[in-house]
Design a protein around this ligand. Structure first.
Ligand SMILES: [Zn+2]
Length: 185
């Protein structure tokens, strides 16, 4: 598995990969969520650690691996609700890194109430922004870099990249910048 594989609008992936997936828990709708094995193990450790720290906020998984068909279903769902605005919110099938099993969306149960339209001001999320790299994760679509990663700010979406997460965090890079910088050198 190539943990720094770039999948976005410019680097689409039009076939499902064969992945070794593990279950990382249920989302708020009771659906099982899956991630690639190494990413999933790291995620479980990270959630276990962060969820000991904040009494009022518990992080749970929202969405992990999606096949190309799953991604189409998500897009269709939002197209139905909000028309063409859905294209701003949901990646086209082939362009979502949820397809490679390394991207995870999280939600928070705060004082008993579930929330997944997170702002980034949640205490547990702030902890993840600072510490996720220790588990091999980066915040994939950070604020202020929308023109580079091509999505809106998504404080709920983390991406497993492995050991290189530390370098990416310390240098304030997006995965695009890291991968393209390496290609140029
Ligand atoms: Zn996501």
């Amino acid at each position: 598995m190539n943990y720094i594989m770039l999948v976005n609008k410019d680097y689409p992936l039009n076939d499902d990969l064969e992945l070794d997936l593990i279950n990382v828990g249920k989302n708020n709708d009771g659906e099982d969520v899956y991630l690639e094995r190494k990413a999933g193990k790291a995620l479980l450790k990270m959630l276990n650690d962060v969820n000991r720290l904040f009494d009022n906020e518990k992080i749970i998984v929202s969405s992990g691996y999606r096949s190309i068909d799953d991604q189409q279903n998500v897009l269709d769902y939002y197209l139905n609700i909000e028309g063409n605005n859905a294209y701003k919110r949901v990646a086209l099938p082939g362009t979502s890194e949820h397809q490679i099993g390394l991207g995870i969306d999280i939600g928070i149960i705060k004082n008993g109430e579930y929330k997944d339209d997170l702002t980034g001001n949640e205490e547990a999320l702030k902890w993840l922004f600072e510490n996720a790299y220790k588990y091999g994760f980066i915040l994939r679509y950070p604020l202020g870099k929308e023109n580079i990663h091509g999505y809106r700010y998504e404080p709920w979406h983390f991406r497993y990249v492995g050991l290189i997460a530390k370098y990416i965090k310390e240098n304030d890079l997006t995965l695009e910048e890291y991968v393209l910088e390496k290609t140029i050198k």
